[in-house]
Write a new protein. Structure first.
Length: 320
């Protein structure tokens, strides 16, 4: 039996991309359990993983009661990862304390309750990790959606990113929204009370453009000079661009010293540009994540260090 030191959950449709990323990091994968890559190696930060099991252990489960007892002996809250043996898993779940994830109402903060993850590798064998990187069961987050205001559903990944960051623009703060059209992100930022400069060659939805605090500039995000635009509280970008080009833009803004916080979507066209993703991940003070609401893209978060030197973006609890 191979010891399991970590497990990485891919988002639906992105197991191949996660496998490529693990291989580039030199992380061995001994087996796949559905979308869960099992590795004998210690856990490492892995942006393409929707969730990382940081302390997995195999437990005997000779009976339904024994399996539930083994989990309860470790801690209270467990999220189940479903793949096989559904009937037996349901009986075990019924003997555990109920876990009922709530639909979130934005703006909000991610849950802080301690949460573990488990699955059945065989009818008589559990894999359980008391710690994981996501505060949500299987990395899945559900919001009470706004189906009337935003002109697109792109706002959901912005909601998710800000919820995980545990921070939002405050009333009066200045936000640049690059690639703003049709306006889903600008709508969200304006609703928070921020001052929004929406920048895109394409027009903004008229209802968003008319919102208080929104200024529209129909020009290229890549033609901006940070020294002419700053100081800026938040730089947002959901612009469609090659990752290497977006990386240069982000590095330029950070080097300028004219922005406090950055949140942008790194979008991949065709094959995944792993080299650019790794360059984003290496930026000091940043985090790179694959959100539940991301597609073939990653979300980059960056905050200028505080006066104490403490980074504004907390790293995921790898190795906890």
């Amino acid at each position: 039996m191979t010891e399991i030191g970590s497990a990485y959950q891919a988002a639906e449709g992105f197991a191949d991309v996660l496998a490529e990323s693990l291989s580039r990091r030199g992380v061995a994968v001994t087996a796949w359990h559905g979308l869960l890559a099992l590795s004998p190696d210690p856990p490492v930060d892995m942006p393409w993983a929707l969730n990382i099991w940081t302390n997995p252990r195999e437990l005997p489960a000779p009976s339904i009661g024994a399996a539930a007892d083994a989990l309860r002996a470790i801690q209270r809250n467990w999220g189940f990862y479903p793949f096989d043996f559904a009937g037996r898993a349901a009986l075990i779940t019924a003997r555990l304390p109920p876990l009922k994830p709530k639909t979130l109402v934005f703006p909000c903060a991610a849950p802080t309750a301690h949460l573990g993850a488990w699955t059945l590798l065989a009818p008589d064998r559990l894999l359980a990790s008391p710690t994981q990187t996501s505060p949500f069961v299987n990395g899945a987050v559900a919001f009470a959606e706004d189906r009337q205001g935003p002109p697109s559903r792109a706002y959901l990944k912005l909601w998710e990113a800000l919820t995980l960051w545990r921070d939002t623009p405050k009333p009066g703060e200045l936000c640049l929204d690059l690639g703003a059209s049709p306006g889903g992100w600008s709508f969200t930022l304006a609703r928070l009370g921020a001052r929004v400069v929406a920048i895109d060659k394409a027009p903004l939805d008229p209802a968003v453009a008319a919102m208080p605090g929104v200024t529209v500039r129909q020009e290229s995000a890549f033609a901006l000079d940070p020294q002419q635009e700053g100081p800026v509280d938040w730089l947002f970008s959901d612009v469609i661009a090659y990752p290497a080009r977006l990386l240069a833009l982000v590095q330029g803004w950070i080097a300028s010293g004219r922005v406090r916080k950055i949140l942008c979507t790194v979008k991949f066209q065709g094959e995944t540009d792993h080299a650019s993703a790794e360059a984003f991940a290496a930026i000091p003070g940043g985090r790179l994540l694959h959100l539940f609401h991301n597609k073939h893209e990653l979300t980059f978060l960056w905050g200028r260090p505080s006066q104490s030197g403490r980074a504004m973006i907390e790293p995921p609890p790898i190795g906890a």
